[in-house]
Ligand binder design. Structure first.
Ligand SMILES: NC(=O)c1ccc[n+]([C@@H]2O[C@H](COP(=O)([O-])OP(=O)(O)OC[C@H]3O[C@@H](n4cnc5c(N)ncnc54)[C@H](OP(=O)(O)O)[C@@H]3O)[C@@H](O)[C@H]2O)c1
Length: 323
């Protein structure tokens, strides 16, 4: 495993981190398998774990807490998130900050997460949605500062809305943001336009999430793939998005070098930009942990291939099915 600086705030993190959404509340998750996957990633050098209170109302955090208890003294970077008080994903300009992230709510959910995780201090506390018209509002910055002063968090970050990497630039410019989490993958390359250069300039850590486009870049979807009605992916990979995703994934397969799967190519792409501190695939299964961590071998994608991948950028607009 290779390691990178997490912005300029002193943390070193593994290039591949572990995303814990699926194991928190996707219907087909099994805790024993999830815990096995967490133990395996740690043993293979992963030191970055991204969870959120909303992933199973604390369940995902509790699974991570189990890993932390099993390895006292080991430096494991914990990132979690405060859910919006109004429970609206994504945030939009009509939402008031006082209804979404009032200070007392940020403090209360930080304490709930600390309890679920069984620790005294969270390395990176993030707001789970964001709208940049809140940037100049002092209350979120004061809450972040208070949590730091009380020793309950080390760093404060924003998780940006799907397909809106520009919706956070003003907040980053305030200097009060230590990290951002953003969707970045072969399809979703827009963070390279403005967000990544600004993060590099401001020394802000970048968590690249959804490197496999929720499975769209796993190479496993076909036009016949169907998810259970109560599985979140039945909406995301519904009639508006499945066929085009499959056709774009098939087009990418023509670029695959011998012996490389689409998932491997996608994972390698997700760490190809120097602004990215860590990429966090959702890994519920040990075989995925092995495959995804194996791409952190110091071998960059050839420039020609990266150039070819630029043509597969897919700028999408937020829709009712996408969140
Ligand atoms: N708003 C937010 O802040 C937000 C939103 C979404 C995600 N996140 C964070 O980002 C993390 C990653 O996102 P995600 O899990 O939604 O999407 P993802 O990492 O793009 O995709 C996860 C899917 O890819 C599959 N997969 C993983 N490794 C694979 C491999 N090597 N080969 C083939 N398939 C593979 C998984 O399979 P299985 O289904 O078999 O497990 C799962 O279905 C989350 O866990 C969470 O920590 C944050």
């Amino acid at each position: 495993m290779e390691y990178r600086d997490f912005g300029s705030r002193g943390l070193r993190v593994s290039e591949i981190g572990h995303g814990l959404w699926g194991m928190g509340d996707w219907k087909d998750s099994e805790d024993a398998q999830s815990l096995e996957a967490l133990e395996l990633s740690l043993s293979l050098g992963c030191n970055f774990y991204d969870t959120a209170w909303i992933y199973g109302s604390g369940h995902s955090e509790q699974l991570l807490g189990q890993l932390l208890r099993n390895h006292p003294g080991e430096k494991i970077v914990v990132a979690t998130k405060v859910p919006p008080k109004n429970r609206k994903w994504p945030a939009n300009p009509q939402d008031a900050l006082e209804d979404t992230f009032p200070s007392e709510h940020i403090i209360e959910y930080t304490k709930r997460s600390l309890e679920n995780l069984g620790i005294d201090c969270i390395d990176i506390q993030q707001l789970h949605v964001w709208d940049d018209h809140w940037a100049a509002h002092p209350s979120w910055q004061e809450a972040a500062q208070r949590l730091k002063e009380e020793g309950l968090i080390r760093q404060f970050g924003l998780s940006l809305n799907r397909w809106e990497p520009w919706n956070g630039l003003q907040a980053i410019r305030t200097g009060a943001v230590d990290s951002v989490q953003v969707i970045y993958n072969i399809f979703d390359q827009a963070p390279e336009d403005e967000l990544f250069p600004l993060c590099q300039q401001m020394g802000v850590g970048v968590i690249a999430r959804v490197p496999l486009d929720e499975g769209g870049l796993s190479g496993k979807l076909t036009e016949d793939t169907r998810f259970a009605a109560d599985d979140w992916r039945s909406g995301y990979f519904g009639p508006e998005n499945l066929a085009e995703t499959v056709s774009r994934a098939e087009a990418l397969k023509t670029l695959l070098p011998a012996g490389i799967s689409l998932a491997e190519l996608a994972m390698r792409f997700s760490i190809s930009h120097a602004a990215v501190s860590t990429s966090i695939p959702g890994m519920r299964k040990p075989q995925h942990v092995r495959q995804n961590i194996a791409v952190s071998d110091g071998q960059a994608l050839p420039g020609e291939l990266l150039e070819a991948l630029r043509h597969h950028r897919w700028d999408r607009k937020v829709a009712p099915w996408s969140d």
